[in-house]
Design a protein around this ligand. Structure first.
Ligand code: PMP
Length: 455
């Protein structure tokens, strides 16, 4: 994309950035500089040199309604003038209305605790689950089971639940009581085993972990409906069904992390609705505000909440305080964000157009580097390999090369997996749900051109 409007002072700003700003995940290679992002409209962002890029990652998988929505800014502005802040030790209208709306979206009876980030939403879920188990007389239950390759956040508990070694390395020891099992990575299943059977075996690994850890020690299982950041690992429908049965059988709470999959990304309002699951706790963030302001939520089944509400002793209520959680402006903005998703039919659109996007990507299956293409809704992964027979993962350098060639052509895509385990080979596509037909055509044509350039 051609440069058309250089932002005055961009170079100076980046000099100062190098001096003062500590970036997320930055590896500080000599001479490397971040992109100075100066604006966004629809699915496109602009950098300090006036270059335009189609952001097929929606920032960090979150700008579901696209950039530049004035009505979201207005919703926050109006609320800031009326009531900018009050903690949710008391209450305010935007939080009440949003919690009610989330119940509608969740198609169940939930009570909502607000925080600011996905990590915090998961931390609240872990504390609620442990305390609940104690308050119903199962005080020995404190462990959580999660999957390798999953990401659940950066804070000590959420990072402990995370199953990516690269995120934990040099930050250990983490929180005790988090146990990991293999995810249902159907692409890498043993030869001769059907996808359905393999997924049932992976679900069985969860029951085995519960039994071997000791049923009376396990408080909950946490999982995303589809592993996203760990490489878009989409389970067969039998997986979630079986996991839910196992959790019920053993009195283990099922916590579904909808931080990425929620708010239409998966082609349904929430990812777990693709599998007919009825989670005990649902955590959400990102698409809740489309990233416009920080806000997250932990939705807890009403009858679990009742065990806190009606409890007798002084320590039986949820003693968790979050200064900024449920900020009125963030809640007002989130409500408007959900209104946009509904009004513009963006969830159904992601379902229908997601299939078209997937079908377009499928055409690359014959490429020697493409091992697998998978996903649903506006959430796709392309797994790169060096050899399609052995499925040896493509090296990081080749994956990075493809990403920078896409960027040079005006397309931003993601890279996911785990470096320590040698699997950092899944390209990810997660464009705004509001992407136009032309945007989707641009993603497909640009990515195909770049794949055609590979040696
Ligand atoms: N859960 C999942 C599935 C995530 O992808 C993320 C963030 N990428 C988190 C939790 C943590 O969210 P946050 O960065 O807002 O703390």
């Amino acid at each position: 994309m051609g440069a058309d409007e250089r932002i005055p002072g961009a170079e100076e700003l980046l000099d100062k950035d190098g001096k003062y700003v500590w970036h997320n995940m930055m590896s500080y290679n000599a001479g490397s500089r971040p992109m100075l992002v100066t604006g966004g409209e629809g699915s496109w962002i602009v950098d300090g040199d006036g270059n335009k890029y189609l952001d097929a990652m929606s920032g960090l998988w979150c700008v579901n309604v696209g950039y530049g929505r004035k009505e979201l800014a207005d919703a926050a502005y109006g609320q800031l003038l009326k009531l900018a802040y009050y903690p949710l030790t008391q209450s305010h209208e935007p939080a009440i209305k949003l919690a009610e709306k989330l119940n509608e979206w969740l198609e169940g009876e939930y009570v909502v605790f607000f925080s600011n980030s996905g990590s915090e939403a998961n931390e609240a879920a872990f504390k609620i689950a442990r305390q609940y188990q104690q308050q119903i007389g199962r005080g020995s239950r404190y462990k959580f089971i999660s999957r390798y390759r999953a990401y659940h956040g950066n804070s000590m508990g959420a990072l402990s639940a995370t199953g990516q070694a690269q995120r934990k390395y040099r930050y250990e020891p983490l929180a005790a009581g988090f146990v990991h099992v293999a995810p249902p990575d159907s692409y890498r299943r043993p030869k001769g085993v059907s996808e359905e059977r393999f997924n049932l075996q992976c679900a069985q690994a969860i029951e085995d972990a519960i039994i071997w850890e000791g049923v009376e020690s396990v408080a909950g299982v946490i999982m995303e409906p589809t592993i996203t950041g760990g490489g878009v690992i989409v389970p067969h429908p039998v997986y979630m069904e079986r996991v839910q049965e196992i959790c019920r059988k053993h009195g283990v709470l099922l916590i579904i992390d909808e931080v990425i999959c929620g708010f239409g990304r998966s082609g349904r309002k929430f990812g777990h609705q693709n599998f007919g699951a009825k989670p005990d706790i649902v955590t959400m963030a990102k698409g809740l505000t489309s990233g416009y302001l920080p806000l997250s939520a932990t939705a807890v089944r009403r009858d679990i909440y009742e065990k806190f509400k009606d409890a007798e002793d002084d320590y039986a209520h949820f003693r968790h305080v979050n200064t900024f959680g449920g900020n009125p402006a963030a809640c007002a903005l989130a409500l408007r964000n959900l209104e946009i998703l509904e009004r513009e039919g963006l969830v159904a659109r992601a379902r229908v157009l997601g299939e078209r996007l997937l079908a377009g990507m499928e055409k690359l299956r014959d490429h020697p580097m493409v091992g697998d293409v998978r996903g649903f809704g506006f959430l796709l992964g392309v797994e790169l390999v060096t050899d399609r027979a052995t499925k040896a993962p493509a090296p990081v350098d080749a994956v990075k090369r493809i990403i920078s060639q896409c960027k040079a052509k005006g397309l931003i895509i993601g890279r996911n997996g785990d470096t320590v385990a040698g699997f950092n080979n899944v390209l990810t596509f997660s464009p705004p749900l509001s992407s136009t037909d032309e945007d989707l055509a641009f993603i497909l044509s640009t990515f195909s051109e770049v794949m055609a350039m590979q040696p």
